[in-house]
Design a protein. Structure first.
Length: 351
């Protein structure tokens, strides 16, 4: 899709994992055919930014050559499939996600944001991640299919789970879900009996302790291709994307970053100079404020690309200064208008 800095090319690797060779090829493509900036999205995708239109075909050919895109565009995964980042070869999550990925053509046309969470580890860890149709572990140890927004789910076997998810998606469409947009907003009755609640959720830290490599943070969902290339070149055998603004470096001996780093909870769009709509730099300000301001969103302009929903604290850039609002979206009427960064740091006691 076209963005302010050129084309943005999104890749959703199978099971959220790029092998070492794929990751190296992906980074090299981002450096030579894009701006070198890579986004790590909270929907399990990698994005190459700043691709000139003239280079789009060459980039697609490279991605096809390394198995990160299909020559047949129809087969490309437009549907987000999240998987618990601590999945292991042959476990329930890996088996179900592999089957669902192979059967994407059986899905109906779904609204753009609708997606799946394959969360069949010892207990759920993706409950807060955006998804509409979920496979989770119940307290009894059974697997359940759960529609987002519903408290309970329907027991299912590993072998039937992908089929069950596909059926849920068809029922969602047949019952008018496209008009509702997301499962959580869709009140149609479920045709199968939902009888088991998911087990109490695991923390991110617990799930990341079970991954086959350390967590590498990507504050604001951004990592530079050169940086990632250097990290992989050391010793990683693969890279997994997480929905938590960070990667898992499979097999790497690098120290793990803290998944509770407050910068990973703040939202900030690229701002100036990356985005021509912005008159302010956003991410430096957000990084300094984040430890002092929970629920922070810093937006370069009223469009609010980094977070369409309300934030506890939102700073919106306008003509070189910021407007401050609370429990609001970017561009909302401010409580304090026209603030300079120093005034903002003083307001929140940030050093
Ligand atoms: S919110 Fe505005 S400044 Fe930020 S990326 Fe979107 S358009 Fe650009």
């Amino acid at each position: 899709m076209m963005a302010g800095d050129g084309l943005l090319v999104r890749v959703r690797p199978s099971l959220g994992r790029m092998s070492r060779e794929q990751a190296i090829g992906f980074c090299e493509a981002a450096l030579t055919l894009g701006s070198g900036h890579i986004d790590v999205t909270n929907r399990a995708a990698f994005q190459i930014r700043g691709v000139p239109e003239a280079d789009h075909r060459a980039l697609m050919e490279r991605l096809i050559a390394i198995g990160l895109a299909h020559a047949d565009e129809e087969r490309d995964a437009h549907v987000p499939i999240l998987i618990n980042p601590d999945w292991h070869e042959g476990d329930d999550s890996a088996l179900i996600a592999t089957e669902l990925t192979a059967r994407l053509r059986e899905l109906p046309d779904l609204p753009a944001k609708v997606g799946f969470a394959i969360d069949a580890g010892p207990a759920p860890v993706l409950s807060d991640a955006s998804a509409d149709f979920r496979v989770e572990r119940a307290a009894s140890g059974a697997l359940i299919l759960r529609a987002d927004g519903r408290i309970k789910g329907t027991p299912v076997n590993t072998a039937d789970a992908a089929e069950g998810l596909i059926r849920m998606a068809h029922r969602f469409v047949a019952s008018g879900g496209v008009q509702a947009g997301r499962m959580a907003r869709h009140n149609a009755p479920l045709s199968e009996e939902a009888i088991e609640a998911p087990a109490p959720a695991r923390s991110r830290a617990v799930a990341l302790a079970a991954t086959p490599g350390p967590f590498h943070a990507a504050p604001f969902g951004r990592i530079e291709a050169a940086e990632l290339l250097a990290i992989i070149a050391d010793d990683a055998r693969a890279v997994r994307v997480t929905p938590w603004r960070g990667l898992v470096l499979e097999g790497s001996g690098a120290p793990a970053d803290d998944p509770s780093d407050p910068r990973l909870a703040a939202d900030a769009c690229p701002g100036a100079p990356a985005c021509p709509q912005s008159s302010v730099a956003t991410r430096e300000l957000a990084a300094r404020l984040a430890p002092y301001v929970p629920g922070l969103h810093v937006s370069g302009c009223a469009k609010g690309c980094a977070r369409p929903s309300q934030a506890a604290v939102v700073l919106t850039g306008r003509e070189g200064v910021f407007d401050l609002a609370f429990n609001a979206r970017a561009g909302a009427p401010p409580l304090h208008a026209g603030l300079w960064p120093d005034q903002i740091f003083a307001h929140f006691g940030a050093h």
